[in-house]
Design a protein around this ligand. Structure first.
Ligand SMILES: NC(=O)c1ccc[n+]([C@@H]2O[C@H](COP(=O)([O-])OP(=O)(O)OC[C@H]3O[C@@H](n4cnc5c(N)ncnc54)[C@H](OP(=O)(O)O)[C@@H]3O)[C@@H](O)[C@H]2O)c1
Length: 233
């Protein structure tokens, strides 16, 4: 398959390596500046891992020109609904995931089941903690937000998530430390003990492999998708 890489940073370089080991060709790399839409015509699919302020513009340009997009950039989701609409309008595939690794997607499913069980025990209060490397620009992570949304499906009395102290909402805390590729912990704390449920990434390879698998799956499909569609979870 011919792949274009949009964003040639830590993730873009890892995706290039993993895609090549799976026999794909990297036909174009875009790392800022004006997009070369002529060169992008050679791509069956584009994989976009850039920065929160760049993602929506990149994705909109690609979808408008009929190029399927796999995007992993986090911190820009206020524009996601308009990207979903563009994918529908242009009958092209768009797949965004806050986290592409198989392990984290299993963690998301287990997190929802655990929250449904724990909600019956009000002495335990839920909370989320995430740790990433110091180069990460957004906080909390997109993965922590997805985990929070999973908890909130069971804890409907809470008013969304917050990074502040607020008993009425689900608290997310974040640390930026090196070297951390992404650690996410959902904890349930009572006055006498704490239960923790954790996913810890050991490298970026799991994210990159999931993104390449999504790129193999997406071409030929129209509309907006997530990693649960790819993994059939
Ligand atoms: N979904 C997942 O599984 C997952 C996993 C890991 C990371 N992420 C997310 O993926 C994103 C990228 O992470 P990273 O660690 O690779 O960041 P990074 O190392 O900072 O790489 C981002 C790259 O995008 C480039 N860039 C900036 N503006 C651009 C534009 N308008 N068009 C194209 N490229 C542009 C940057 O170039 P300059 O350096 O020259 O500005 C940089 O090379 C972040 O949002 C991160 O949270 C998601």
């Amino acid at each position: 398959m011919n792949i274009a890489i949009i964003g040639y940073g830590r993730m873009g370089k890892t995706i290039e390596r993993i895609a090549q080991t799976r026999g794909h060709h990297i036909v174009h790399i875009h790392n800022g500046g004006p997009m070369d839409l002529e060169a992008l015509k050679a791509a069956d699919v584009a994989i976009e891992f850039t920065q929160p302020e760049a993602a929506a513009e990149n994705i909109a340009a690609l979808l408008t020109h009929g190029i399927p997009v796999v995007s992993g950039t986090t911190g820009w989701l206020e524009h996601k609904a308009s990207m979903d609409a563009l994918a529908e309008q242009h009958k092209v595939g768009f797949l965004h995931a806050s986290n592409f690794s198989l392990g984290v997607n299993l963690f998301f499913v287990m997190n929802e089941k655990l929250a449904a069980m724990m909600h019956a025990y009000p002495e335990f209060k839920p909370g989320i903690h995430e740790i990433h490397h110091t180069g990460k620009k957004d906080a909390p992570s997109g993965t922590a937000i997805t985990a929070a949304e999973g908890v909130l499906q069971a804890y409907k009395e809470l008013k969304g998530w917050t990074m502040n102290e607020d008993d009425q909402a689900l608290r997310i805390t974040a640390d930026r430390l090196d070297p951390y590729f992404g650690t996410h912990e959902v904890h349930y704390t009572s006055d006498i003990d704490t239960i923790t449920f954790t996913h810890e990434a050991k490298s970026r390879d799991g994210f990159a492999l999931g993104a390449v698998m999504a790129a193999e799956w997406l071409p030929g499909k129209a509309g907006s998708f997530g990693m649960r569609d790819v993994l059939n979870l």
